[in-house]
Design a protein around this ligand. Structure first.
Ligand SMILES: C[S@@+](CC[C@H](N)C(=O)[O-])C[C@H]1O[C@@H](n2cnc3c(N)ncnc32)[C@H](O)[C@@H]1O
Length: 280
């Protein structure tokens, strides 16, 4: 039985009362006026840069690879580069099987070649038939939709399996979920699945909106619960299904990016006490 004394209750309601008005770090002074459209939002973040200077000042290998790009056009947010490097550096200079959903001009695949090295197998998929004209001999381009699971299956088969997926295609939540649900189970046991521009989850034009039930972000939040299935005490079989947790090491949420990391042979978590001296 938990006994809460009168003073504790007073303290608790004081703390809760304070939280109700939001902790100071959550009140950084949001603008009162919401921006107009998602296009306005994106444009408000655009900044021209001195690419040569960015390359000279690169803080990690992904930044160095990105800012060295002079051939086909690539388009990435600067802060993604550090995140890529954090999650993909283990795959550099290895025969990593890499699939980019959303090829566009083909520049990002050239950046990935520079970053991952010559041993990487690089495939890209885009719905725009013009991408078929990308004739780099070290890239394999597939034309079709990220929602065509038959096509995705054939791509993975042709790749001989898959280690890394980057979803930078339609940014429509339903599409992101369809690709994830098909490809994540096929991903190698140490694979990494990255959904970028996940801010589209907050935009109605992409099937989202703040806490919209069908948005990719809400879907990803629910997967946090699935990662903890082994700790759920409710009898609900869906919440306690260990499938996702059994293969997933972690989910990382960043500004506009969600990263899922698988872990091979993920054992049941264990808790071990070490040391011999206890408090009296
Ligand atoms: C943001 S661009 C990709 C940018 C590129 N990855 C880069 O970093 O430079 C998005 C691309 O996704 C493609 N796309 C849109 N809907 C798609 C879908 N349903 N399936 C596959 N590709 C799609 C578009 O044709 C476009 O080329």
């Amino acid at each position: 039985m938990i006994t809460i004394c009168k003073n504790s209750m007073k303290l608790l309601s004081k703390i809760l009362g304070r939280q109700a008005t939001a902790a100071p770090f959550l009140r950084a002074g949001a603008a009162v006026e919401a921006p107009g459209t998602w296009n306005d939002v994106v444009r408000s973040y655009e900044r021209p840069v001195d690419q040569a200077n960015e390359q000279a000042c690169a803080q990690n290998a992904a930044e160095a690879a990105y800012y060295a790009q002079v051939d086909r056009v690539a388009n990435k947010w600067h802060h993604y580069l550090e995140i890529y490097d954090r999650h993909l550096s283990n795959h550099r200079d290895k025969p990593v099987r890499f699939l980019e959903l959303g090829v566009c001009q083909g520049g990002s695949l050239q950046v990935w070649r520079r970053y991952l090295g010559d041993s990487a197998l690089l495939h890209g998929l885009d719905i725009d038939p013009r991408c078929a004209t990308i004739d780099d001999t070290d890239l394999v381009i597939h034309i079709g939709s990220q929602t065509d699971t038959g096509l995705l299956g054939r791509v993975v088969e042709q790749m001989g399996g898959i280690d890394v997926v980057i979803d930078d295609a339609s940014h429509i939540s339903a599409h992101q979920i369809t690709s994830f649900e098909f490809l994540y189970p096929l991903l190698a046991p140490d694979g990494v699945y990255i959904v970028e521009d996940a801010h589209s989850s907050y935009w109605q034009d992409f099937g989202g909106g703040l806490r919209a039930p069908g948005s990719f972000m809400e879907y990803a939040k629910r997967l946090i619960d699935r990662l903890h299935a082994g700790y759920v005490l409710n009898a609900d079989p869906v919440s306690r299904d260990p499938g996702f947790a059994a293969v997933t090491h972690g989910i990382s949420f960043y500004d506009s990016m969600v990263v899922f990391e698988k872990r091979s042979g993920k054992a049941r978590p264990r808790s071990t006490i070490v040391g011999t001296r206890w408090l009296a």
